[in-house]
Design a protein around this ligand. Structure first.
Ligand SMILES: Cc1cc2nc3c(=O)[nH]c(=O)nc-3n(C[C@H](O)[C@H](O)[C@H](O)COP(=O)(O)O)c2cc1C
Length: 169
C-alpha cells in the first residue's frame, strides 16, 4: 500500500466514467465500526470556492447512519477493478450482514483517520458541508419521481469538501 497525496484539481480522470461506470464506495465510521456502500450517482466540482464531492444516499441505507453521525466520509475508487466486491457491497446491507466487508476481497485501512480500502486507486477524504433530503415538491417534472421513487425514498444529497485526495498505482 503506497498512497500518495495529490492536489485533487490535478486529477486527470473522467468523473463520468469514474463514478458512473467504475463506481465508488461511500465509507464512514460510527462508534468504532465501519460501513460502506457502493454508489454510482454523485459528482465532483466546485462550490463555495472549494473542491467538493456530492453523494446521494437513500434513507434505508445503513451507511447513511454512519455518514450522518460523522463529520467525514470517504469516497474510494478502484479504477474499474473489484467490481464483484462492489456489486456485493451494493446489494447487501450492513444492517443484515455486519461482516459484509470481510466477505469481499477488500481490506479496510485508514487515511487521515478515515476508513478506506487498501486496494483503492483514488481516495477522496470528504468533510460534510451540506445535507438535504430531496423533496417531491422540488422536482420540476414527474418523470424522475415515477422512474426512481415508487417508494418515495428520496435521496439525501451530501455535499462535502474534498479536504485531501490520495492515489496509488
Ligand atoms: C452500482 C451500484 C450503485 C449504487 N448507487 C447508489 C447510490 O448512489 N445511492 C444509494 O443510496 N444507493 C446506491 N446503491 C445501493 C447501495 O449500495 C445498496 O443498497 C447497499 O447494499 C447499501 O448498503 P448498506 O445498507 O450497508 O449501507 C448502489 C448499488 C449498486 C450496485
Amino acid at each position: 500500500m503506497k498512497f500518495q497525496e495529490i492536489n485533487v484539481k490535478e486529477l486527470k480522470k473522467n468523473p463520468f466514467a469514474m463514478i458512473g461506470d467504475e463506481w465508488m464506495l461511500i465509507t464512514a465510521e460510527k462508534e468504532g465500526k465501519v460501513n460502506t456502500m457502493t454508489a454510482s450517482w454523485g459528482g465532483i466540482g466546485i462550490m463555495w470556492g472549494k473542491t467538493v464531492a456530492t453523494a446521494y444516499i437513500r434513507p434505508q441505507r445503513y451507511t447513511k447512519e454512519f455518514v450522518d453521525s460523522n463529520e467525514y466520509f470517504t469516497l474510494s475508487f478502484f479504477g474499474g477493478e473489484h467490481k464483484k466486491a462492489m456489486g456485493y457491497l451494493g446489494s447487501v446491507s450492513g444492517k443484515n450482514e455486519p461482516e459484509k466487508i470481510s466477505k469481499t476481497d477488500l481490506h479496510v485501512t485508514s487515511l487521515e483517520g478515515q476508513p478506506t480500502f487498501e486496494e483503492a486507486t483514488l481516495v477522496l477524504i470528504c468533510r460534510k458541508l451540506y445535507a438535504q433530503e430531496m423533496k417531491e415538491d422540488c422536482f420540476l417534472g414527474m418523470e424522475e419521481i415515477k422512474k426512481w421513487y415508487p417508494d418515495k425514498d428520496y435521496h439525501t444529497m451530501y455535499m462535502a469538501e474534498i479536504v485531501k485526495a490520495y492515489v496509488q498505482e
